[in-house]
Ligand binder design. Structure first.
Ligand SMILES: N[C@@H](CCC(=O)N[C@@H](CS)C(=O)NCC(=O)O)C(=O)O
Length: 224
């Protein structure tokens, strides 16, 4: 690989961690450039030129930019995968991976994490709304359990970028609503298996540890 790769973002962000997991799965060298959204760094003039949508992650590759974790990980797997297993070339198999990625974008991250879990995390909700948020998380787990009844991994019988994307968010939701084997046996086993990936610790645990600390007041306040 001769291209120069840089990843903008910080590790608390699940979509940033999805990219970190993929970069590590592909054994790629890259530079990490901190953009802390808590400090509003995504709104700097310089960053907005690179990503007008002011989101992290952002990938820079030889002076060109790609935003959105799903677009980034599909690009990386297509360009650097030693075969097509992470992002299959077969159009039906690829459509299944894409569907899981869209589900992660629209439902898991945007609807459940951003709109429901974030206010819970900020202790802004009454208990009834917290109950709704928890139910939304359980609904996601049930959908994922069904995917895992169809395949050994989220979108195929082997690891794909759909697993890496969902792993970054499910590990956060698991901090609030634990994925218990009694209710979601396949999802629970999937989590255990993915946590054994050789690059898991390096790519996913730093941001997660910080979030675990940050979640403590909410976990003390609500009955979950
Ligand atoms: N669908 C996007 C979501 C990215 C996103 O919303 N990231 C959050 C941080 S977790 C962010 O950049 N928020 C700051 C902002 O939108 O201004 C992706 O997967 O990259």
């Amino acid at each position: 690989m001769s291209e120069k790769i840089a990843l903008y973002g910080f590790e608390r962000s699940p979509p940033v961690r999805a990219v970190l997991l993929t970069l590590n799965a592909l054994n790629l060298k890259f530079e990490q450039i901190t953009v802390d959204t808590r400090k509003g760094e995504q709104y700097s003039e310089e960053y907005l030129k690179k990503n007008p949508a002011h989101t992290i992650p952002l990938l820079e590759i030889d002076g060109k930019y790609i935003s959105d974790s799903h677009a980034i990980i599909a690009f990386l797997a297509s360009k650097y995968g030693k075969d097509d297993s992470l992002y299959p070339k077969d159009l039906y198999q690829r459509a299944i991976v894409d569907q899981r990625l869209h589900y992660e974008t629209g439902v898991v991250f945007q609807e459940v994490m951003k709109q429901r879990l974030r206010p819970l995390f900020l202790c802004e909700l009454p208990q009834a709304a917290a109950d709704e948020a928890i139910k939304a998380v359980c609904d996601v787990y049930t959908v994922l359990e069904t995917y895992l009844n169809q395949n050994k991994y989220m979108a195929a019988d082997h690891l794909t970028i759909a697993d890496l994307s969902l792993l970054s968010t499910v590990t956060v939701m698991d901090l609030v609503v634990p994925v218990v084997a009694e209710k979601w046996p396949k999802l629970s086993a999937w989590l255990v298996k993915l946590k054994q990936l050789p690059y898991y610790e390096k790519a996913n645990t730093k941001g997660l540890k910080e979030l675990k600390e940050a979640f403590k007041p909410a976990l003390a306040k609500y009955k979950i």
